[in-house]
Design a protein around this ligand. Structure first.
Ligand code: ADP
Ligand code: 6PG
Length: 183
């Protein structure tokens, strides 16, 4: 335990701030990975779901997928949060499904140095997780539309790809090692 605390402290000291959007479809593990990173690195965290206007939450709760128009004000709030973190200069992690390229471009607008962490998980594993998950407004019935809407980030986008099917601790280790290697 003492050793783990020491190594977490070393990581906090040695890493330059980064501005991360942990993205992917519902149930892929965004909140799990983003909170793990924020805790281990001492970076600021924002749950993107908490920025949805109430009408969006109501819509998803009743099993209706969001449209581009529904998502626009939410993405604007996500962008504003990211911009404030960049201006403050401390590391930050946001969860945001960011399913389409255009949404990711909106998040990166104004030249923000955002990097995406795309968590990729198979449809069968996602369905099982969402059926098990309790106390969340997002129903499993919306999974097909999430998967159909996803535009996997291209190699021309600033993206780090991770598997959502490994243990979260393994993914966190991989990400932190990647950040250490990149300086
Ligand atoms: N790598 C993983 N392996 C197994 N279960 C996971 C993993 N990551 C997350 N989960 C579980 O799957 C569910 C969805 O994870 P969550 O982090 O809420 O995803 P999202 O924020 O993308 O919807 C939660 O019950 C969580 O505990
Ligand atoms: O753009 C969307 O359709 C939503 O943002 C969606 O992708 C998101 O997943 C929900 O907010 C549910 O929250 P979880 O992702 O935490 O399941």
């Amino acid at each position: 335990m003492g050793t783990m605390t020491a190594s977490a402290a070393q990581v906090k000291m040695s890493l330059e701030p980064r501005f991360l959007v942990v993205m992917g479809v519902s149930g892929t593990g965004k909140t799990t990975i983003a909170t793990g990173l924020a805790t281990r690195l001492g970076w600021h965290f924002q749950e993107g779901d908490a920025l949805h206007p109430p009408a969006n939450v109501e819509k998803m709760s009743t099993g209706q997928p969001l449209t581009d128009v529904d998502r626009a004000p939410w993405l604007a709030l996500c962008h504003d949060w990211l911009r404030a973190q960049v201006e403050a200069g401390h590391g930050a992690v946001l969860t945001c499904s960011a399913l389409k390229r255009a949404y990711r471009e909106q998040l990166r607008a104004n030249g923000l140095p955002i990097e995406f962490v795309h968590i990729d998980t198979s449809g069968t594993e996602l369905a099982a997780r969402l059926e098990r998950r309790e106390g969340h407004f997002m129903p499993a019935s919306l999974l097909p539309s999430q998967l159909a809407t996803l535009e996997v980030p291209g190699d021309d986008e600033p993206v780090i790809r991770v598997s959502g099917e490994k243990h979260p601790d393994v993914v966190l280790e991989e990400l932190i090692r990647h950040f250490q290697t990149e300086g």
